[in-house]
Design a protein around this ligand. Structure first.
Ligand code: FAD
Ligand code: EPU
Length: 277
């Protein structure tokens, strides 16, 4: 186990966030020790906006046995495994089930918690079993017991996803690659700049990005935070953005549109004075 104070800006895809005590756990004994005081679980940091002041809780990262997986994708897969690596393996093996998750830069645990997905499929669809650590013990759940819906799960309070078994079916390399190509094409309009994916959930029957675009908000900038010109639902870090700048941009959008934030916000972030008035 490693314990270090680290800037979370380095551990999040949007590149924003102050320091926290990061506990990198490799075994169940490590996880037990790490969860003896208030904690948060960090996946690949791809759906997080972390306060510039960091967070006071321990931040747990999964490594070692929690990131292990068999290259043939059979058996248990550690929650610290990266989805893009699993996608690559499933394409090589011709196993179908993960294609809808192509392009999502998540760890398995974060994808389970957020029920990450696209209109081609969600994490919940690809799960056979989920192992959770909570209240001092490991327990197995079927996906239907975990309350999955659009970008949402109802894991028991304080749960750490430790491992999953996937539901994959042999479909052949060509078929899997063809489906991945469809998903890839649907993502072509998304920006490459640093972000945490879509900032807002889509309202039923609508697309937040389309609404933001229709309101002429693309290109709106606060400091180094900007609404992408490429896709209205991506708020990007132009380099050196602060959490306060990012959050101010969110509030500017919400002042005009009743959109629910999809990002998870860690710690206290106050908008800059220009929108709090
Ligand atoms: P984090 O962002 O680190 O954490 C998210 C939440 O999961 C937090 O509550 C955290 O505590 C919890 N968590 C993480 N690991 C565990 C664990 N092991 N046990 C318990 N809780 C855990 N999302 C989509 O749904 N669809 C997309 O198409 C998509 N595209 C994206 C594209 C880009 C370029 C980026 C940057 C992001 C995109 N996202 C997308 C958002 C993001 O990838 C997902 O929300 C993803 O599920 C977050 O996973 P993560 O491992 O990064 O989790
Ligand atoms: N649109 C605009 N202007 C924009 C952006 C989009 O008019 O600036 C229009 C598009 O032309 C299209 C509609 O809005 O008609 C939907 O856009 P898109 O196909 O890009 O999909 P989305 O609904 O914006 C969703 C997910 C993405 C996922 C893609 C691909 C949400 C909030 N977003 O985006 O997930 O990658 O579909 O399937 O559900 C995420 O959750 O972080 C995420 C990136």
């Amino acid at each position: 186990m490693k314990i270090a104070r680290l800037p979370l800006a380095r551990l999040t895809t949007i590149g924003v966030g102050g320091e926290a005590e990061v506990w990198t756990v490799e075994t169940l004994a490590d996880l037990k020790a790490a969860t003896q005081a208030p904690y948060r679980v960090l996946g690949n940091g791809s759906n997080l906006l972390v306060s510039d002041a960091g967070v006071p809780e321990r931040v747990i990262r999964l490594a070692g046995e929690f990131a292990w997986w068999n290259p043939n994708l059979s058996g248990w897969i550690g929650a610290g495994a990266l989805l893009p690596s699993l996608l690559q393996a499933s394409a090589r093996l011709g196993l179908s089930g993960l294609e809808g998750l192509y392009g999502i830069p998540a760890q398995v645990g974060g994808a389970v918690k957020m029920n990450a997905g696209t209109r081609f499929g969600e994490m919940a669809d690809a799960l056979e079993l989920v192992e959770l650590y909570h209240d001092g013990r490991l327990e197995q759940y079927r996906p239907e017991e975990l309350g999955f819906s659009y970008r949402h799960s109802e894991l028991p309070q304080g749960s750490v996803v430790t491992r999953v078994k996937l539901r994959l079916t042999p479909a052949g390399v060509e078929a899997v690659r063809a489906k991945i190509a469809l998903v890839d094409a649907a993502r072509k309009g998304q920006p490459k700049k640093k972000s945490a994916g879509c900032a807002f959930k889509n309202p039923p029957g609508e697309a937040a990005g389309r609404l933001i675009d229709a309101h002429g908000l693309k290109g709106l900038t606060v400091g180094r935070a900007m609404i992408s010109h490429e896709h209205g639902n991506f708020l990007v870090n132009l380099g050196g953005a602060t959490a306060a700048e990012m959050y101010t941009l969110i509030r500017k959008v919400q002042a005009l549109l009743p959109l629910e934030v999809e990002w998870e916000i860690w710690g206290e972030i106050a908008p800059l004075a220009e929108v709090s008035r």
